[in-house]
Design a protein around this ligand. Sequence first.
Ligand code: URA
Length: 242
Amino acid sequence: TPPQQAPSQCMGPEYRRESEKPTATVSTQVSHDNIHILPQTPQLISLLTMIRDKKTDRADFIFYSNRIIRLLVEEGLNHLPVQEHTITTPLGTQYSGVKFEGKICGVSIMRAGESMEQGLRDCCRSVRIGKILIQRDEETSKPKLFYDKLPEDIADRWVLLLDPMLATGGSALMAVEVLKSRGVPEERILFLNLIASPEGAANFAEQFPKLRVITAFVDQGLNEKNYIIPGLGDFGDRFYTM
Ligand code: URA
């Protein structure tokens, strides 16, 4: 499928006149129920503009990526179930709120997914974090599991799976198979990523319809080397080395 025409949208609060609002390219919308795209706000679009720019240096790339990761984690946490919880304030008045009761953990897909661990720690103090390394097998050119280290009780936890770019989804789909083989039900996995391709989103929707994908943006498509277009290049290289 050829890349879709990217939609434009006015940026800015509703009360502002249309003529005062700049337009920007916003996320392609997808029709899969389990793909959740962050609201396309001026803040999010400006952060994405920074990290997509080839002129952005490594320090800024890390800083602005971390802000988007933080938004993804906060949105991901909204998908966890909460129970009613009433407390008493220092004024002796009751407030009926909610509280999360379960256990969570993060699982990063190495190497690029490790860039998202700090953002998760910033929101969930002392969260357990596991790792999965999947690489292309030279002989079969299919993704292969090389290494994993996961909490023993992972089957009892909600899992936030971390990988910044969802291209074809080859490694992330295999990572989900690994989690399922350790007893994590699909519906207890949230896959957080910054930029997805329509192809990757569709693959997830088809293979794991009960897993939730939380993404900041669905881009136009993939090029012949399976890079996301317009994308931002190689996330791991830009975060760790460039
Ligand atoms: N991984 C990346 O880092 N970038 C892409 O465009 C696709 C996969």
